[in-house]
Design a protein around this ligand. Structure first.
Ligand SMILES: Nc1ncnc2c1ncn2[C@@H]1O[C@H](COP(=O)(O)OP(=O)(O)OP(=O)(O)O)[C@@H](O)[C@H]1O
Ligand SMILES: [Mg+2]
Length: 378
């Protein structure tokens, strides 16, 4: 049976579209005025506060991407119009009330772009990609957080050389403070566990509960991007993330063999069902390049592109096989940070750039003119 999209699913997905300035989602803000579904074409009528705000493009893009990710959607049409004076004053009242209640359910700012790194099977390089991508994003000038969601099988502290560091809580707010490494803010169970006893305590927690703690009790601060390294296998964490951080978007890491793609599709499918858009595919261990520049496609060819094609999303980039990446990880010296000159590091930089194009940073700059106009209109 072909998948069909329903109005409920559309509204659920739209809850992941934020007006970064007002800090709430477009459904809550009453900006969704109309949803029409006809044979795979979804038409969404959005009422923006004022027509000329720079936020417009971002909200339209986010809406399109979130809805396109739903099963059975072939085309998305976003029609924007300006709110009436009455709608605007209702919205401002809501936004103010929300700000007063400080209703954000997590410590992750609504302006933070959340990039979830997943894969169909284990060992394809999710953690390596998460760590090096986070550092590459930092290199582009963004504030970056890295959440190791592999609660039991954490590898991020080792890869960043911070296995001895421990997370501390602020004595006043009791919020956990991330550990800084290579300019990024890091949280991992590996930075908490002190003894067998605490290890047992964490094991007793349900995975999704542990994740909830990391999102609600960590002072992440103002991040442009939060990169999340998923554990292999189960979908629990993925489902919990979609619920806790509706702005999450996934990148799928895969390897070149064509046979590897079936499992990767399963993950992307689960992401879609939980209304998490899949931004693109990263092919890891793509080829081996000799110092003379000769390339060998050791593991076959075309898997990443095939997967991207079948999911109808872009291939964000390809990462070569390079033993320096592994040895760097073992020594806590990530290749992107310590050997930026290597082709493998340059591939991460390219991927980071492409990702920033696909998921542009939320414009934290307030359109002061817009707020002033809004106030004047009340
Ligand atoms: N491009 C690469 N070149 C060389 N080695 C790589 C590359 N990518 C990953 N590796 C190595 O492959 C192994 C698995 O990588 P990594 O731990 O990042 O995978 P993972 O998907 O996070 O695994 P898991 O599913 O267990 O969490 C590591 O030893 C890593 O150093
Ligand atoms: Mg891993």
């Amino acid at each position: 049976m072909p998948a069909t999209v329903t109005e409920d699913l559309v509204f659920e997905a739209l809850r992941g579209v934020f007006d970064p300035e007002l800090g709430a989602d477009v459904v809550d803000l009453g900006m969704v005025r109309e949803v029409k579904i006809e044979a795979g074409v979804v038409v969404i009528g959005l009422a923006l506060t004022i027509a000329e705000c720079p936020m417009r493009g971002q909200i339209e893009n986010d809406t399109t991407r979130k809805i396109e990710a739903l099963p059975g959607v072939e085309k998305v049409v976003v029609e924007t119009r300006a709110m009436t004076r009455k709608q605007r004053s209702e919205l401002m009242e809501k936004a103010r009330r929300r700000a007063r209640e400080n209703a954000s359910p997590t410590q992750v700012a609504p302006t933070t772009r959340v990039i979830v790194v997943g894969s169909g099977k284990g060992g394809v390089g999710k953690s390596s990609v998460s760590v090096n991508l986070a550092i590459a994003l930092r290199g582009l000038g963004h504030q970056v957080g890295l959440l190791d969601a592999d609660i039991w099988g954490f590898s991020v502290p080792r890869m960043l050389g911070v296995t001895e560091a421990r997370i501390e809580a602020d004595p006043d707010t009791r919020l956990m403070q991330p550990v800084e490494a290579y300019g990024i803010r890091v949280i991992s169970t590996g930075l908490i566990i002190e003894s067998e006893e605490t290890a047992l305590m964490w094991r007793g927690l349900m995975l999704s509960k542990a994740l909830e703690q990391f999102l609600q009790q960590v002072e992440w601060g103002e991040l442009g991007y939060l990169v999340i390294d998923l554990p292999p296998g189960t979908g629990d964490i993925q489902m919990a993330l979609a619920r806790l951080l509706p702005q999450s978007e996934m990148v799928v890491v895969t390897t070149p063999p064509r046979t590897a793609q079936k499992v990767a599709i399963r993950v992307a499918d689960m992401a879609r069902r939980s209304a998490m858009p899949v931004v693109g595919v990263i092919e890891n261990m793509s080829y081996f390049e000799t110092p003379e520049g000769q390339r060998f496609e050791v593991f076959g060819k075309g898997g990443g592109q095939d997967l991207a094609d079948s999911l109808n999303i872009p291939l964000i980039g390809a990462i070569p096989l390079d033993p320096t990446l592994g040895s760097g990880a073992d020594q806590g010296r990530p290749v992107v940070a310590v050997r930026p000159d290597l082709p493998v590091s340059r591939s991460f930089e390219e991927i980071a750039r492409r990702l920033v194009e696909l998921v542009p940073p939320a414009d934290a700059e307030t359109c002061t003119g817009r707020i002033a106009k809004l106030m004047a209109a009340l």
